[in-house]
Ligand binder design. Structure first.
Ligand SMILES: Nc1ncnc2c1ncn2[C@@H]1O[C@H](COP(=O)(O)OP(=O)(O)O)[C@@H](O)[C@H]1O
Ligand SMILES: [Mg+2]
Length: 225
């Protein structure tokens, strides 16, 4: 599982994360909500080992900073904004598949469900895709990775309604023991796909509530400090 212990991140005078302590158990689907600038993206980036932070972030018992290759082996990350890659889509997909041991056909199938014909854009520079197309490529890659932990930053912000539905359908098809961490500034969009909502404010966990839409009520999560 995932454990944040006293995680603090400062950018100059801005405290983006202020002593965040949070645990996510296997099979949890967690929505991270909060206004712009509340620290959601920073928390996800800390989870993915993309930032140096004070405190500790662990996945399956491995420290993300000390043993990223172990901690992050089971994690896929869908960033809010695609990096400005010059590589054609085909190369991005091939490289990803080689690293992850996945098949380009699987990525193409996911993209097709999202309404994107990957073959048609194979030769296009990734940076030249439209915002929505980039998000579809990122989503197809992250889902095709089939990792135990899927981390998505505003995954549907640029998607049309059909693609959004298709995205959440594929998320729902993931194995029950897998973990989802999805951040969104719109609770209404993600509430049906999660069983726990953590609200961030000013870099802190403001609320932490369980949602009981499943058959068996869970124990309420530890409330925020
Ligand atoms: N790389 C960075 N450099 C400087 N400030 C940053 C950086 N990343 C985030 N911040 C600041 O940290 C705060 C939290 O940002 P962020 O985590 O992106 O919020 P959210 O995703 O909730 O909108 C904001 O005040 C933002 O300006
Ligand atoms: Mg953000």
């Amino acid at each position: 599982m995932i454990r944040f212990s006293q995680v603090t991140k400062r950018f100059g005078k801005v405290t983006a994360l202020d002593q965040v302590t949070l645990e996510v158990e296997p099979s949890q689907r967690l929505a991270l909500i909060g206004t712009n600038g509340s620290g959601k993206t920073t928390l996800l980036r800390a989870l993915c080992g993309l930032l140096r932070v004070e405190g500790r972030v662990e996945l399956y018992g491995h420290d993300v900073a000390r043993a990223p290759e172990l901690a992050l082996a089971h994690l896929a990350y869908m960033p809010q904004v695609a990096p400005p890659l010059d590589a054609p889509v085909r190369e991005l997909v091939r490289t990803f598949c080689a690293l992850r041991g996945r098949s380009p056909r699987d990525v193409a199938a996911r993209a097709a469900k999202l309404g994107l014909d990957l073959e048609a854009v194979a030769a296009t520079r990734t940076r030249d895709l439209s915002g929505g197309m980039k998000q579809k490529v990122l989503a197809a890659l992250a889902l095709a990775a089939e990792t135990k932990v899927l981390v998505c930053d505003e995954p549907t912000a640029n998607l049309d309604a059909r693609a959004r539905d298709a995205f959440f359908e594929m998320v729902a098809e993931r194995p029950p023991e897998s973990i989802l961490v999805v951040c969104s500034h719109r609770l209404d969009e993600v509430r049906h796909f999660v069983d726990r909502v953590v609200e961030m404010r000013d870099g802190r966990v403001q609320h932490d509530v369980a949602i009981w839409e499943t058959k068996e009520p869970r124990q309420p999560s530890r409330s925020a400090r």
